[in-house]
Ligand binder design. Sequence first.
Ligand code: KIV
Length: 326
Amino acid sequence: MARTLPSGMPGDTSAAASVRVTLSSLARMAAEGKPFACLTCYDATTARWLARGGVHVLLVGDTAAEMVLGLGRTIDMPLEVLIALTAGVKRGAPDVVVMGDMPFMSYHASESDAIRNAGRFLTEGMADIVKLEADASFAPLVEKMTRAGIPVCGHVGSKPQQAALTSGYASAGRTASEARRVVDDAVALERAGAKLLLVEAVPAEVTLAILDATTVPLIGIGAGTDCHGQVLVLQDLVGMTERPPRFAEPVASLGRSFEDAAREWVGRVGTRRIGGQSYSMRAGEAEKLAAEGFPRVRQGLVDDASAAPARSVSIPRSGARDQRST
Ligand code: KIV
């Protein structure tokens, strides 16, 4: 059966031509003081709509562990799944920067594994850049990745993959010495070649200090308004999570919309009002089938002949071609 091509997917020409976002254009925006927008995304269809909305960067985060797989911790995110999701997002939004998030243990055990795994995000995942939660001790690894041609975003500040050490997801940089450490991490990662930095859950002063000490675009989440770019977990933004973090202000109530749509569908199914168009048999074929002794088919023909309007789920006898397939 032929499926209609979802508009905006490769091969579709209906979507308005968009300007391609690259790491260079992000750097340009940062230099010009124009903030750029980043959201997490885990699938092609959503990516297409977010790109149409003008989002510049899509982060295929290890938060997919929670948002997609229903796991309780981001450290359980499987590498293979995240690479596959990254490729889906890039297919849906080929003209935005797609960032693959290296999951727990995909870059910690050995440098060669780390570089190979990062490379897979670029080749199989079609990512434009990989992100790693890192402190200054990861600088030599970032340097090697960069030498291999892999653009890196260094994630500093609060690092959810360290939750077992910090007894949960914690903010960072709330004392001067902690703040200094976060800034030093950012500086070390930039020196090692990081093309972007991301800082999570720090006071605004720490963000300002990072901006003073570094030159690459800085993306923030829960890090105040001064960053060059801002990121949120999509489900927090669109009202699909029960308890979004304090820094995420929902701008929609899609959770409720899904609930309402589900309730409506349940009602329609229950009352046989499913809408849309059914497939039709060619002229005279239903009669032949009925003649072979199927009582329900025969009754359907009787109903159609005697009752108008027909039941909405009955098979139309017009012979008209279905719109989507032959
Ligand atoms: O995995 C993720 O979604 C992230 C963001 C919360 C920054 O790292």
